[in-house]
Design a protein around this ligand. Structure first.
Ligand code: C2E
Ligand code: MG
Ligand code: MG
Length: 824
């Protein structure tokens, strides 16, 4: 060790060691850099192999001879040319073998094996040693070298070991940092071997060899070293450039890879889109077109691969006869320069597919267009819109859509003239069907009615306004409207079938004409409704055309209604009582209470006028309650044998608490239930059979009697009588009036009396005015009678005398009876 240090400090010029190390490190670094390039392969790999080997060999050689230049063994030194040159060749050859081995193993195994690097390092180390001892062998001086073999061996071993380590580090790494480390280790190997080997050598002067032929002088050697340095530097520059290029290439490759990945990702994204997408650049060329766009627009793939102009795409579409729903709006938009925002329009493809096309302008003048298939959405929207404007049950237009048609027709009439008509239709007897046969039957009935109307109205519009109300809009004149109305009414003369059920429903029609009866929908609605009201009031199953008096009548009705309301509030109604007598004896049996209204300005208003009005407006509930209470209160003061008959309206049966009301009134007035007789007409039963019968049963359960009023004027009298056990029926006064005039009347009255007997029901004959009528009825054993002959409806005070003397029958039947007897 001491020898080695002494050799460095004593026998070498001080600048030599750092200079040699510097040169050595640079050449090693360059050689390793080039070697790395060799292992990457490629066509120029052999050239790089030579360059790397030369760089390493020249480095080793230069290090040695720089060291030799600074070496001062104390005698003049020269260099043998051939040997010196050979030493260079050996160094280069060793590097060549080592690097070739690395390359070969790398190519054979597909990886850079450390063991191969170690062997290559060993070879290189041996090469360095050979070069060194050859170099020393080429030294010419007046003396000879005496060797210290162990130290020379150690030097060789260190050189080989460090070389191996350097190459292992080199192949394992690959980046600049490990390359620097490897170059440093290799430098240590070369320099270490050199200086240790120099320490192992000692020059023993030999006077015999004084003044030998020194061969290459130090200057020449320095020149050779300089050439080698230049070559190494040239390789260094090359290597640096190479390194730089490689960095750039790597960066470019990375970018290219990233770009390819992104493009792939973008393609995948575009192709997985539910929308079609086409991007057109400023030059009008299609740059992007995804799979969905090809499918939606039916574009040939080959055409799109060629990157066609967008015009070519449009031409293709035109050839396939596309209809553009709102393309003009798009053209306008383009002409306006296109806005910053997207433009949206719709297009119907020849195959019926509806596309929503959204165009977003790009800054370079191009645009991105997306195509969305909105066929289903459109169909759903249309269905929702249709449902919103149609009646679900019948499929007919509903009130809203009818109004739209009417408004459109009226607007047309206002601009171009012409006529139109609104027909309001109401089914007669529909409610009964609904109540008796159930809602399903009611729905079926409405559907068949709708079918009938649709088939009969032609190009008019039929709508269902709700419930059993229908409307028709016609564009004809009065004659056309009347003809259609008559046709419709006739159509309903034939019964309808609902399942196996045969149902007879009638039709009432009200007609309002445009422009004659109004220019606005509201006005026509109101007037058609008034005409319908009149049609129903005048017998049903008929039609009426609006007339101005209907307006007046409606107004009068409105005034009367408000007056009646006031009268009820003011307690301004009164009751008249009409006697009812025993048919055989003429003995008074009771009174029928009949409501009277004395209007403050119009005087007496007959119940046939205000009772229906009260029914329409619902006032009848309050009115009926008042009558019941008043009549019961009054009757409670009479002789216990006298009954009171009170009329109940059908509307009162819509209140389910009617029995409770009656019971409460009886309790409050103290009238015995068996003295109260409630008169109902057949319509009570017809309207809502189940409910009415249940209410009647409960009333009967209290002991109250129930009579059927106006028997013979209804529809299905027999069926009604079977459905509920009435206590009495009252033969309508129209039949009694005909007795002695129409022989048929006698037949009917007899039949009713016999029916009463067989059903064990009492019979009351109404409207008995003459003694002849009374005689006929008495002969036919009519149970009870009522009529002007026995007394007109009057305030109860007029009958005060009879109320407590029922047994004096002669007195009861007033003058008329006596007159009748006298004439008999
Ligand atoms: P209704 O129950 O059949 O009443 C009998 C009607 O016949 C009464 O007419 C009575 O004045 C009339 N009348 C009685 N005898 C004769 C006669 O010999 N000849 C003629 N020509 N007519 C006779 P009114 O009082 O005008 O009542 C008409 C209808 O008004 C009643 O018919 C009844 O349905 C209804 N009504 C009257 N008062 C009430 C009431 O308080 N409540 C309800 N719900 N309806 C009532
Ligand atoms: Mg009555
Ligand atoms: Mg009656």
């Amino acid at each position: 060790m001491y020898r080695a240090l002494a050799c460095l400090t004593d026998e070498h010029t001080p600048w030599v060691v750092p200079l040699a190390a510097c040169v050595c490190w640079i050449s090693c670094y360059v050689a390793l850099l080039l070697e790395q390039r060799v292992r990457k392969g490629g066509a120029s790999a052999p050239a790089w192999l030579l360059a790397a080997s030369f760089s390493a060999g020249a480095g080793i050689w230069s290090t040695h001879f720089i060291g030799m230049l600074g070496y001062d063994p104390g005698v003049v030194v020269g260099y043998e040319m051939a040997t010196t040159l050979l030493s260079l060749i050996v160094a280069v050859a060793a590097a060549l073998v080592a690097f070739t081995l690395l390359r070969a193993v790398g190519r054979a195994t597909g990886r850079d094996a450390s063991w191969a690097a170690a062997i290559a390092g060993l070879i290189l180390g041996c090469g360095i040693a050979c070069m060194h001892f050859l170099g020393i062998a080429g030294v010419v001086l007046p003396g000879r070298f005496a060797w210290d073999p162990p130290l020379a061996l150690i030097a060789t071993a260190i050189g080989c070991g460090l070389s191996g380590a350097a190459l292992v580090v080199h192949v394992r790494g690959g980046d600049a940092k490990t390359r620097m480390t490897a170059a440093t280790i290799l430098t240590a190997a070369i320099a270490g071997l050199h200086f240790l080997a120099m320490a192992a050598a000692r020059v023993i002067p030999d006077p015999m060899l004084a003044n030998p032929d020194l061969g290459l002088a130090r200057g020449a050697l320095a020149g050779g070293i300089a050439v080698m340095m230049a070559v190494i530097l040239a390789f260094a520059a090359l290597a640096l450039m190479l390194d730089h290029l490689r960095t750039i290439n790597a960066a470019l490759a990375r970018q290219g890879r990233a770009l390819r990945e992104k493009t792939l990702l973008l393609d995948m994204t575009l192709d997985s889109m539910d929308q079609g997408l086409i991007m057109v650049d400023g030059g009008g060329l299609v740059q992007v077109c995804n799979e969905r766009a090809l499918a939606l627009l039916d574009l040939p793939r080959a055409m799109m691969l060629a990157g066609p102009s967008y015009k070519a795409v449009l031409r293709h579409q035109l050839r396939h006869r596309e209809r553009n729903r709102t393309d003009h709006s798009y053209r306008d938009w383009i002409e306006r320069g296109g806005s910053e925002q997207a433009h949206v329009h719709e297009r119907v493809r020849p195959n019926g597919v509806v596309l929503e096309i959204r165009t977003v302008p790009l800054q370079d003048g191009g645009f991105v267009r997306t195509f969305t298939n909105i066929t289903q959405r459109k169909a759903a929207e249309a269905e929702v819109a249709r449902l919103a404007r149609h009646d679900i049950l019948t499929g007919l237009p509903n009130r809203g859509l009818f109004r739209e048609y009417l408004d459109a027709r009226l607007a047309d009439i206002a601009v171009r003239g012409g006529t139109g008509a609104v027909l309001y239709l109401d089914l007669d007897g529909f409610k009964g069907v609904n109540d008796t046969l159930g809602h399903q039957a009611g729905d079926d009935l409405l559907r068949s009615v709708a079918d009938r109307l649709r088939s009969a109205v032609g190009d008019g519009v039929v709508a269902r306004l709700g419930g059993d109300e229908f409307a028709v809009l016609l564009s004809g004149d009065r004659q056309d409207a009347i003809a259609i109305a008559e046709g419709l009414i006739n159509l309903f003369e034939a019964p309808l079938w609902v399942g196996a059920q045969r149902i007879a429903v009638g039709l009432s029609v009200g007609i309002a004409l445009a422009p004659e009866h109004g220019a606005s929908a509201e006005c026509l609605y109101r007037r058609a409704d008034l005409a319908l009201y009149r049609a129903k009031a005048e017998g049903r199953g008929t039609f009426r055309v609006f007339a101005s008096d209907m307006d007046e009548e409606a107004e009068a009705r409105r005034v009367l209604e408000s007056d009646l309301r006031q009268a009820l509030a003011d307690n301004a109604l009164s009751l008249h009582y009409q006697p009812q007598v025993d048919g055989a004896s003429g003995v008074l049996v009771g009174f029928e209470a009949l409501v009277r209204w004395t209007h403050p300005t119009r005087g007496q208003i007959p119940p046939s006028v205000f009772v229906p009005l009260a029914e329409e407006t619902g006032l009848i509930i309050a009115l009926g309650d008042w009558v019941l209470r008043e009549a019961c209160r009054e009757a409670a003061t009479w002789a216990p044998s006298l009954k009171v008959a009170v009329n109940l309206s059908p509307r009162q049966f819509q209140k389910p608490d009617l029995p409770e009301t009656v019971l409460a009134v009886l309790a409050q007035t103290g009238l015995s239930p068996d003295r109260l007789e409630l008169e109902v007409t057949e319509s009570v039963i017809i309207n809502d059979m189940e409910r009415a019968i249940s209410i009647l049963r409960r009333l009967k359960g209290f002991g109250v009697r129930i009579s059927m009023d106006d028997f013979g004027t209804g529809y299905a009298s027999l069926a009604t009588l079977q459905a509920f056990p009435f206590d009495k029926m009252k033969i309508d006064r129209s039949f009694v009036a005909q007795l002695g005039v129409d022989p048929q009347a006698a037949v009917i009255v007899r039949a009713v009396l016999s029916l009463g007997r067989s059903l064990r029901m009492g019979v009351v004959a109404e409207g008995v005015e003459t003694a002849a009528q009374r005689r006929f009825l008495a002969d036919e054993a009519c149970g009870e009678m009522q009529g002007y002959l026995f007394g007109k409806p009057r305030p109860i005070d007029d009958y005060a005398a009879m109320l407590r003397l029922p047994e004096r029958s002669e007195e009861i039947a007033p003058r008329a009876v006596r007159a009748a007897r006298a004439t008999a």
